[in-house]
Design a protein around this ligand. Structure first.
Ligand code: ADP
Ligand code: MG
Length: 320
């Protein structure tokens, strides 16, 4: 069993709380992403779970066992960081064999496990290369193989794709998801990239200033954000006044754009072509503005054009 539980986990540096009373339960085999801006405490939390650091207060348990005071070695965790941290003087195979050696697994058994792990990340045939002879994406796949070769209970990934360019990052996201699913390993990923979090995770935990803002499935966090911070961090949010005086958020894809006269009068301020979609920045009456995202079907409205908009009240989510 490798479920993870954090209860009231706080990490202080002096009086500053890098992690503040964090509660989180991750179930066996689940893929949870910790999402937050730079400095929000993501790496701090991951290092506490990994055992590289101790909480000031609170408890951490893995598989029902309290590991708050356990060392990193006692936790059987695979780790991948943004910087590849491969041993530069070792070959790919030696890098992947390394954690097995630490665990006193050698000989044919170690060779078999290492080759299986390299096959899993599609790097069979690269055994003899050194890290400097690999691309960034390949280096990160070696780091992944090294993290899973000893069959860890838990996989912790700290911005593992952060140094890669967009296309490669998207390819590796798909591979990472497949790898995680095929191994069934309980995984926590740290990222500041909301698209990455939304596309990979079973659930996301949104963090701001060391505090949990929301823990929810991606669609729920996106469409039913717990507060204004989550609404804005997970994408573009239109804020509209509600009859009861509260604010509501509506996502750009939920705004309907029509010919003038069919809804609320609007004027196109900016039309941004995004490939599959066009994003319109629209001015409404009364100094209000709204962003609409509509599929691009060969023609777009031009700036200055009069149009109209509407939306379903059910698509407006009240926030505090
Ligand atoms: P993230 O990974 O989300 O960017 P971190 O967990 O690295 O954030 O850091 C969270 C906050 O804690 C930051 O303000 C950072 O400066 C502070 N911090 C992290 N490690 C230390 C440390 N060893 N000593 C003092 N402050 C630290
Ligand atoms: Mg970090």
């Amino acid at each position: 069993m490798s479920d993870i539980r954090l209860e009231g986990v706080t990490k202080r540096y002096g009086t500053f709380a890098a992690a503040d009373s964090v509660d989180l339960s991750v179930t066996q085999g689940e893929f949870v992403t910790i999402l937050g801006p730079s400095g929000s405490g993501k790496t701090t939390l991951l290092s506490l779970i990994a055992g590289l650091n101790r909480p000031t207060s609170g408890r951490i348990s893995i598989g029902g066992r309290d590991v708050t005071e356990a060392t990193a070695q006692e936790r059987n965790i695979g780790l991948v960081f943004q910087s590849y941290a491969l041993f530069p003087h070792m070959t790919v195979l030696q890098n992947v064999l390394f954690p097995l050696g630490v665990r006193r697994i050698g000989g044919a058994e170690a060779g078999r496990l290492a080759r299986d792990a390299l096959k899993l990340v599609r790097l069979d045939g690269f055994e003899g290369r050194r890290p400097s002879q690999l691309s960034g994406g390949q280096q990160q796949r070696v780091a992944l193989a090294r993290a899973v070769v000893f069959k860890p209970d838990i996989l912790l990934l700290d911005e593992p794709l952060g140094a890669l360019d967009r296309k490669l990052r998207e390819e590796l996201q798909v591979e990472l998801k497949q790898l995680q699913r095929s191994l069934g390993v309980t995984t926590i990923l740290v990222t500041h990239d909301q698209e990455e979090a939304l596309s990979l995770s079973d659930r996301i935990m949104v963090l701001d200033k060391g505090r949990v803002q929301q823990v929810a499935a991606p669609t729920e966090a996106y469409l039913k954000p717990a507060n204004r911070f989550v609404a804005e961090f997970l994408g573009i949010a239109n804020f509209v006044g509600l009859p009861d005086g509260r604010q509501g958020v509506i996502r750009p894809e939920r705004v309907r754009l029509m010919a003038a006269g069919q809804g609320l009068p609007a004027r196109v301020v900016e039309a941004i072509y995004l490939g599959q979609m066009v994003r319109y920045h629209l001015a409404l009456e009364g100094n209000q503005s709204v962003v609409a995202a509509v599929p691009f079907l060969g023609a777009a409205h031009a700036p200055g054009e009069r149009v109209s908009v509407s939306w379903e009240s059910a698509d407006v989510w009240p926030v505090t």
